[in-house]
Design a protein around this ligand. Structure first.
Ligand code: NAI
Length: 331
């Protein structure tokens, strides 16, 4: 039998946490034959609800779940973890300046990153979900300097999945037959959902999405804004932000990273730029990646047209600004 893997979820008493922990315990993140020990961290005001989640996990009698650590102690939460999913954070509220949000997150990530650096298992993989996700991931690395850059990522898979779903709806095909959309850049409204390399499986083979949709006007405007604003739309109709879809996408992100992407398929992940596609190195930027042997690799050599170039640069510009604000909070 396999040794259990330890998975940390911060903010585990929150909305996403509540949807995410049962998925992990069912094997949706690490596979149906991988036992897990869940580490759940939240803050003292959430102690009761965190314990409630723990009781429900016990009651659900998940065969793969070999242990539960539910705590408000950062060191206890981080000790020995192989995977860390950072969902807890301070989200931007109405009327708040970006700088105020960033400085709140700097102090949160300082203690959590230090604890991960000192106590996590070697080669621990980190996924930052909490917003501003890309920049929080940069801050985390700042306080966990010995972590390899390749082990720090942020979630843009939800945006990726939303893009797949919009194409599937438009073409009235199964979402599982659509692949290779790309989310470039920031997990924010400046992200660029790109279908130029996306294909659909048809009875006569794989066909480009551009050819099947055959409506460049829709692809270049409404499709893009629908994906960019989907999070806001969900808040309007649900009166709460995306939670089950965020949780499911976080499982997709880690599963593909650890277990590999299928041959011929790429997915979107927020990762350290190495300068690929002219994106400034040192930003955490969403790229198309393939994964194998537990490592991601940016897909190289995709042709980029002028329309895409402009959108990729705009979202990079926003990330550079966020980075500057975040670093000004470090001092
Ligand atoms: P929520 O407010 O329901 O839950 C957040 C939880 O984090 C709360 O239980 C809170 O007590 C806890 N928390 C706050 N500070 C903490 C700290 N220092 N340490 C540990 N826990 C802490 O929020 P929800 O809906 O679960 O969303 C969580 C985050 O995920 C938000 O920042 C949200 O903007 C982001 N998000 C990101 C998405 C993405 O695609 N990257 C998609 C959806 C949400």
């Amino acid at each position: 039998a396999k040794e259990p893997m330890r998975v940390l979820v911060t903010g585990a008493a929150g909305q996403i946490g509540y949807a995410l922990v049962p998925m992990i315990a069912r094997g949706a993140m690490l596979g149906p034959d991988q036992p897990v020990i869940l580490h759940m961290l939240d803050i003292p005001p959430a102690t009761d609800s965190l314990n409630g989640v723990k009781m429900e996990l016990v009651d659900a009698a998940f065969p793969l779940l070999k242990g539960i650590v539910a705590t408000t102690d950062v060191v206890e939460a981080c000790t020995g973890v192989n995977v860390a999913v950072m969902v807890g954070g301070f989200p931007r509220k109405e009327g708040m300046e970006r700088k105020d949000v960033m400085s709140k997150n700097v102090s949160i990530y300082k203690s959590q990153a230090s604890a991960l650096e000192a106590h996590a298992a070697p080669n621990c993989k980190v996924l930052v979900v909490a917003n501003p996700a890309n920049t929080n991931a940069l801050i985390l690395k700042e306080f966990a300097p010995s972590f390899a850059e390749k082990n720090i990522t942020c979630l843009t898979r939800l945006d990726h999945n939303r893009a797949l779903a919009q194409i599937a709806e438009r073409l009235n095909v199964q979402v599982s037959d659509v692949k290779n959309v790309i989310i470039w850049g920031n997990h924010s409204s400046t992200q660029y959902p790109d279908v130029n390399h996306a294909t659909v499986k048809t009875t006569t083979g794989e066909e480009p999405v551009r050819k099947l949709v055959a409506d460049d006007e829709w692809l270049n405007s409404e499709f893009i804004t629908t994906v960019q604003k989907r999070g806001a739309t969900i808040i309007t109709v649900r009166k709460a932000s995306s939670a089950l879809s965020a949780a499911s996408s976080a499982c997709d992100h880690i599963r593909d990273w650890v277990l590999g992407t299928p041959e011929g398929t790429f997915v979107s992940m927020g990762v350290y730029s190495d300068g690929s596609y002219g994106v400034p190195a040192g930003l955490i930027y969403s790229f198309p990646v393939t994964c194998s042997g537990g490592e991601w690799k940016i897909v190289q050599g995709l042709p980029i047209d002028e329309f895409s170039r402009k959108k990729m640069d705009e979202t990079a510009q926003e990330l550079s600004e966020e980075k500057a604000i975040a670093y000004s909070c470090l001092n």
